[in-house]
Design a protein around this ligand. Sequence first.
Ligand code: GLP
Length: 262
Amino acid sequence: MIDVRVLPDADAVGVAAADLIDGVATRPGGSVLGLATGSSPDRVYGEIVRRHSGGPNPYRDARIFILDEYVGLADGHPERYAAVIRRAIADPLGIPADRVHAPDAEAHDLDEAGPRYDAAIEAAGGIDLQLLGVGSNGHIAFNEPGTPFDSLTHVTTLAEQTRRDNARFFGGNIDAVPRRAMTQGIGTILRARQLLLIAVGSAKTEAVAALLHREPTEEWPVTALHHHDSVTVLLDPAAAAGVDLDDVRPSIGLGRSSSLVE
Ligand code: GLP
């Protein structure tokens, strides 16, 4: 079942996502969180950090597995996703470095590093909650269109569209954006016990419409979420603008807070 909620704006998406993540993080015994990068999750992390700075920290015992990592960025490069997650959430919440895991995209043997990452996730007990964004072309993590739904962590070549979209993090210079990345596979993502996808802004309209309208298809990796039984999708009105209410797939539940149904 995919529970879709359309919220008034991007900030409300950040707050609602933080509520859900907080709910999982505060479970006794510590939780395993799968975290994404990109501009949409930034709001979520900002909200979580704001809530917990100065007070008791429910994330102290959390373990983090990052979704993906560029291949070929020098150690210390600020856009390495491991560095992004440290800055955005792990350091402000005081999560020790040895509890923050990223795909080893600089491994000598990249073919071996993927399965090693999947094994590390499994050894940690699996991911309780995986936060996801979506690319304008429907990618999740760096699983570009055409990626098999049963793929595990692997090295991938980035789509031209993705490199164009992400050039903004590299001073607008597409040539500075790596051509390859190591990403959790779609099969890896689907193993998480709960998925939370957030999408804000008009660049996501087409990908969101594909998720809500289409049969699962490898052309739109995000449609793989139909193969999971616990998915929450939080949208702002711009991301939801292409949705035709008369045509959503039967497994989509439109939550009561959804402006689509109000
Ligand atoms: C990158 C990440 C994805 C993310 C996507 C969209 O490509 N690998 O995990 O979902 O960006 O991010 P944004 O929220 O910046 O649009």
